[in-house]
Design a binder for this molecule. Structure first.
Ligand code: PHE
Length: 348
């Protein structure tokens, strides 16, 4: 390209536009672009020369250089579009091209098994008149322990099990919630009895992890507050829940269980849905421990601003992660949150 011979930018533009129009590939375009527009190119040199021109000529020279620049840019863009169209046309007319073939399918994700089971249970509970609540994962010590009637010397408060956070407000201890039960108290503060609520979510415990222990897992809290709510209602609700989960009636039994926020408290076991004579899931006992539950302690109702003389309540704490493991026969809880696609893709 003999660009130096042109002192007239308009003539130069015409020459370069003709070259651009004749270019057969991107490399040719790029070569022209480099010489004309890159650092040290013609346009840059023309602009650099402007200050040394007689004052009267400067505006026109500057304008001419800029017009050259814009003209080249437009011509290059047009040429590139022309090459793109040509490449496409060539591809279309090539042998073997079949425009009727379906486009490659986008890779689709799927719901995480915990989310899938959670949504299914939410639908079930909504159909029974429950509202679905959410609560903070970083929780005040008050809601996680104190308001739940868990005294300061209770082993559940053991700091080896609880992740403690830095205080934001002096004196207000923050922890990662160790269970979803704090949402019970938050619900009582917000909702007028009678009400029914569930609160699914993540909980955290500082555990040595193994196949059945993980520092982060999922629970689903349930709370029903009403007049004359009894253990009978609790059992009825739990049976409906199990029917919803396993698709049929399962025998259940209640064993006493101790949780400071319920009185009486129970461990509800269900007949193993997978066997009749004992298997690895029920560890040969034919019973599986499924649902800690009980009648809400009056102290907890009071902490939530509800009069225990007027209202009674039951609560349960479903182990969502455990249920997912049962349902899909997952043998190691650590699979659930490991983020390994080989595991997750099995639920697509
Ligand atoms: N919050 C208890 C736990 O995590 C479970 C529970 C919930 C027990 C509600 C009774 C009532 O172990």
């Amino acid at each position: 390209m003999s660009v130096e011979s042109h002192s007239d930018p308009q003539a130069l533009l015409a020459q370069l536009v003709a070259q651009i129009g004749a270019a057969q590939d991107e490399a040719a375009l790029r070569a022209i672009e480099r010489e004309a527009l890159d650092k040290g190119g013609v346009v840059a040199r023309l602009l650099a020369a402007v200050p040394s021109l007689p004052r009267a000529e400067r505006p026109a020279a500057g304008r001419a250089a800029n017009e050259l620049k814009r003209g080249l840019e437009t011509a290059l863009a047009t040429a590139r579009e022309r090459l793109r169209e040509a490449a496409l046309a060539a591809e279309r007319s090539a042998a073997g091209f079949d425009p009727t073939l379906p486009a490659p399918r986008p890779r689709r994700g799927s719901l995480h098994p915990v989310v899938a089971v959670q949504r299914e249970l939410e639908d079930l509970f909504i159909s029974m008149g429950y509202v679905v609540l959410d609560g903070p994962e970083v929780e005040l010590d008050w809601y996680n322990f104190e308001a739940l009637n868990i005294p300061a010397d209770h082993p559940a408060r053991d700091m080896t099990d609880t992740f403690v956070c830095r205080e934001l407000v002096a004196g207000q201890r923050l922890v990662l919630r160790t269970h979803t039960s704090p949402v019970q108290v938050r619900a009582m503060e917000r909702l007028e009895p009678p009400f029914r609520a569930i609160a699914p979510g993540k909980v955290f415990r500082q555990e040595t992890t193994d196949a059945s222990h993980e520092h982060t897992f999922h629970q689903m809290e349930g709370l029903v507050v009403g007049q004359d709510v009894s253990v009978g209602h609790l059992v009825g609700a739990m049976k409906t829940l199990l029917r919803g989960i396993f698709g049929r009636e399962l025998d259940i039994r209640l064993r006493p269980g101790y949780f400071p926020f319920v009185e009486p408290g129970f461990e509800l076991d269900a007949r193993c849905p997978f066997c009749s004579q004992g298997c690895s899931v029920c560890k040969r006992s034919t019973w599986i421990e499924l649902l800690p539950c009980g009648m809400v302690h009056p102290n907890v109702l009071r902490a939530g601003g509800i009069d225990p003389e007027r209202w009674t309540a039951f609560a349960f704490g479903l182990g969502l992660s455990r249920l997912v493991m049962l349902r899909y026969r997952v043998d190691d809880i650590r699979h659930l949150l490991a983020g390994d696609l080989r595991f997750l893709e099995q639920f697509a």
